[in-house]
Design a protein around this ligand. Sequence first.
Ligand SMILES: [Zn+2]
Length: 174
Amino acid sequence: MYSGEPVSLEQLLSSREQRGIRQREWLTKHSLPLISFTINMVGEVKVNTLSRVAFKQGIEAIAECCQHASVFFSESQSFEPNTGLEFIAVASNITALELKAHMVDIEDSHPLGRLFDIDIIDSDGVAVSRDSMSLPRRRCMVCNDDAKICARSRRHEKLVIIEKMSELVSSTLR
Ligand SMILES: [Zn+2]
């Protein structure tokens, strides 16, 4: 489920830059909070069965949640370069902080939530962080500890992480 086309660090950096430029364009155009949804994928392959399944389910969860909260997308689009899948949406009828709280809820409660990275950027272009809202930190999908600490110290082998991701994704397909 992990196999796919490997990408270089250079390609990743350039795609991150493109993503930033696009987000700024959308913010300028709409002056509303922006949702940027990507998949946390370890290693040099970013688009594969794991990320595609998680991406699809994530978009569904975001759309459903926003529908419940009477949030409307003024504009939304999915991008699928081999450097990583991204869904962006401009949200109206909600504040960036409220939106972040909803997205944190999805990240923490959806079966594949730990694969999701749902960023909220306010209309001034500032990303809303969990810390700034005193919300709990993200948990590592392997050991349940603070995910940032595990990522920084590379606590888990790539294969262990891939195995865990595969297990989570398979459990949603049964
Ligand atoms: Zn861990």
